[in-house]
Design a protein around this ligand. Structure first.
Ligand SMILES: *Cc1c(COP(=O)(O)O)cnc(C)c1O
Length: 359
């Protein structure tokens, strides 16, 4: 047996063990072809089959309507920060951004290169510990962009911010995509790097409505136009074949385990157990405001950074890895993505109790 420990890393993050075991076998020979999954041509039948299955499972999982494209791109979510405004924003137009953390701020920085940005709300004044309730869009934005889960601060939207006729909703869902059911038809574009909930780093899932594929700029370099990838079924150039394969296996795993509704229930249970403990602890405190708490990234502090560091060290000694908070937020962060088992939450709470008893 290979030794595995509880991995609370924010990303790249834990993947289902059964998926990794299957991938290990397929690395040497994919489905008895005698050629490993990373060694198959992206134009060959073996890989194009994988690609098509991955898209089909993605559509099934999220009930993606027919008028949306599912794209497998590269460059991470960070590339979408500029690719989206580059395609849809101009110096004569405005896009609205709901600023709820470092990732939204980075998205704003890139959008400003292409047109006007209106901050529809910002949580900066409260240190990004709360999702703003008062969201005010500009008069005629091209789109409204938000970050559904704020990986660093541990906050999450409960429902979508308002968009209206004539504009479309864009969501950076990197750290909570497919952790709960979602109504894709409310969105123009949903994107996420795979490395938190969906697979390995190196592939970005982009779900984009047909009319937007048509509408995007046709002046851009070929590879930066969405139509290029839509027309070529994400096979314009060599795609991240292993990432697409593994993402497909994660989709299969999710489907076999009850789909997104069941995933949401498991995620809710895991996060609730940890928040319940935090709410009774006299040492540890949850960082996010109650109404904004993330089910994916639970952030907490003791209030003393030396104690925090000692706790992280003790947890590591108990084979609980990746609990140190992001450098811009401090404290601790337990990332409880889809593949994270509830036993790991119990193990964490046990170590927290022991630490608390000895402090
Ligand atoms: C991790 C993360 C990103 C950055 O993703 P890359 O794939 O590394 O570019 C962007 N947004 C959110 C919300 C994230 O959690």
């Amino acid at each position: 047996m290979t030794r595995r420990i509880y991995n609370f890393s924010a990303g790249p993050a834990i993947l289902p063990e059964s998926v990794l075991e299957e991938a290990r076998d397929n690395l040497l020979s994919f489905q008895d072809t005698g050629i490993g999954i990373c060694e198959h041509s992206h134009r060959g039948a073996a890989f194009t089959g994988v690609r098509d299955d991955t898209e089909a499972m993605c559509r099934e999982l999220a009930s993606i309507p027919d008028n949306y494209h599912v794209l497998f791109l590269q460059g991470g979510a960070s590339t979408q920060f500029f690719q989206i405004p580059m395609n849809f924003l101009s110096t004569e137009s405005t896009a609205d951004y709901v600023v709820t953390g470092s990732w939204s701020k980075k998205a704003v920085t890139e959008a400003r290169r292409f047109g006007s940005v209106h901050q529809a709300a910002s949580g900066e004044e409260t240190g990004f510990t709360q999702i703003p309730s008062d969201i005010r869009n500009s008069d005629n934005p091209v789109y409204v962009h938000f970050t559904s889960n704020n990986t660093i601060y541990g906050t999450q939207f409960r429902s979508e911010p308002p968009a209206s006729d004539g504009n479309f909703l864009v969501c950076d869902a990197s750290s909570d995509i497919f952790s709960r059911p979602l109504d894709v038809s409310k969105y123009g574009i949903i994107y996420g790097g795979a490395q938190k909930n969906l697979g390995p780093s190196g592939v970005t899932l982009v779900i984009i409505r047909d009319d937007l594929v048509e509408r995007g700029s046709s002046e851009l370099p070929t590879i930066l136009q969405y139509r290029t990838h839509a027309a070529s079924r994400s096979l314009y150039n060599t795609p991240p074949t292993f990432g697409i394969y593994l993402m497909g296996r994660v989709f299969r795993w999710l489907l076999d385990h009850g789909g997104l509704a069941a995933a949401a229930e498991r995620n809710q249970q895991k996060a609730q157990r940890l928040y319940d403990y935090l709410d009774t602890s006299s040492l540890f405190n949850a960082m996010a405001a109650r109404d904004s708490r993330s089910q994916m990234n639970v952030t907490f502090v003791t209030g003393d950074s030396d104690l925090d560091a000692r706790f992280v060290k003790m947890a590591a000694d108990h084979e609980l890895s990746g609990l140190k908070g992001h450098r811009s937020a401090g404290g601790m962060r337990a990332s409880l993505y889809n593949a994270f088992p509830i036993e790991g939450v119990d193990a964490l709470i046990e170590v927290m109790k022991t630490f608390e008893a000895h402090t």
